[in-house]
Write a protein that binds this ligand. Sequence first.
Ligand code: MSP
Length: 635
Amino acid sequence: MKKEFYLTTPLYYVNDEPHIGHAYTTILADVLTRYHRLFGEDVHFLTGTDEHGQKVADASRELGRSPQEHCDFTSKRYKEVWEKLDISYDDFIRTTEDRHKKVVFDIINNIYDKGDIYQKEYEGWYSVSEERFFTEKDLIDGKDPIGNRPVEKIKETNYFFKMSKYQDWLIEYYEKNHDAVLPEFRLNEVLGFLRQPLGDLCISRPKSRLKWGIPIPWDEDYVIYVWFDALINYYSATISPPEGTSPSWPCNYHLIGKDILTTHAVYWPIMLHAAGFELPKHILAHGWWLAKDDVKMSKTTGNVIKPLDLVEPYGADTFRYVLMREMVIGQDAAFSEKNFIRRVNSDLANDLGNLVNRLTKLLVQYFDGVVPDVPVDDENEIISLAGRTAVEVRKKIESLQMHSTIEEIMQFVRAINRYVTVAEPWKTAKTDLDTAGETLAVALEGIRIATVLLSPVMPSKTLELLRRINAPLNDNIVWQDTAWSDVLSGRTVIHGDAIFPRVTLPKTSEKIEKPAPEKKKPAKTPEDGIITYDQFKQVDLRTATILEAEAVPDTDKLLRLQVDIGSEKRQIVAGIAQHYSPEELIGRTIIVVANLQPAKIRGVKSQGMLLAVQDDKNLRLLTPDDEVKPGRRIS
Ligand code: MSP
């Protein structure tokens, strides 16, 4: 049997309503699923809810429901939101289901029989919010080091899983499998954690303290620790009864947020190994969506963004598009509605929507809406760019570069825009109808391909667009549909309302937000304007490679650059748009100040500054005079 391409989201706790963070991971999984389906793969996408443990027990008590009633209610809520976001999961597992509990019993019994679970009395600081013990030295200011919440001292007898026994094995495994945890800097974090002494994991809770859990099969006084139970879902959901085999295991991608890296990259592989199963191929940890001013979203601060608050006014597809376009996987991103609106207007309303509108209008005006013959073997820049774009999109999705996949497609859309602007079909139509017809046919075929390439990101809007241009639609869109063809020749398009209407900006526009000026320190230098060598050394100048460049919407001078500075990727906003086009910058090595305090320029975060020199009206970037890798210090 052909192995399925299997990917998962975390199982979301049912003590909380779905928020933008949950939506992001789930949309990312859905978009990856849809791309892999487009590539012709057999994909299995699992999501679900994590329903046991103290938090759920407490939340249900507060609401006066039984834990099971509460789980049924919130789990359904997740399903409703996923439906509104067009999430095409294949399976939704709930940890209170029998199919899950059965496999949890099998696995815990298996590990117990091998002698890797033992009982001992333990005293430690217990955090209800993290549902785990901390040692005295873990605590920060007497509070739990993760959530900064109160802890209580608890002494009790529990069952422990011998994680420490597998520490060296796991280090060796990660040293040999560099792509097991992605992005690679997260693997380094895991290795750093693993090089400290690794304690055994407390995997039980006495029923006297917590009843809401799966019982320890051999001891009725205990339930299983919620993480030990929940992680097993990734395996339990794939078991097909009655044979008990899994067509999907091992998993290709566990998609998670960076907050749950240790449980997934340390506990879970050790549990699987101890039980004799293969490890997942990759664990991908993405960053966090932060609220305004880069602060964490939390219920207490009241700054949590709920997906439906944005889906209702702007539509599910635009929400999916912006979330995928704005976050560089692995890094944090700040969410603001103003940036959301800017992105929708610049990419979807202007670049894509207007283009479709212009083309269908001209086709109706000069060709009764009928698409002239699409050339298929001409030497045309748009035809060759279409082929290159499809190849790049596939490569980028396979290496999980979601935001740059979208940018690749949008650069193609912008190239079609330029092609039409230069060819001026509205003028040539008056003197040379054949030439005008060819321009429109080429541009429309380009749009068809760009739309197919965007379909995993915006499944319903792209379908609407394909119907508008009357592209033949089979049961499913397939990868072959990204190839240049003349399928549109002779078909009649519809010219209608804007497919991506402009959305309005709130009245106040963002100003340059600079960090508060630092208090002037007394000069340590002997003369004004002279700095010491030590002072110069404090400036971290480094080489950086430009990975992406694009105009900052609604500005003339600003470009937003994504640069590789060796150790990490950074975003830099630079006032060079009047001297360089985004295309000519990509791939260049420049010099940046890497330790400059981040600032917001027109609402866009800038994490550094590039070096350039102004010569009369010309501005030129400083670059090394030969090839140099990114991240090299300038000395
Ligand atoms: N139940 C556990 C996971 C068990 S998996 C076997 C859990 N649940 S959770 O509901 O608290 O959140 C899970 C995930 O939501 C995070 O890992 C992350 O994927 C996502 N996010 C929650 N808040 C987030 C942001 N603010 N930003 C991005 N994603 C974050 O942990």
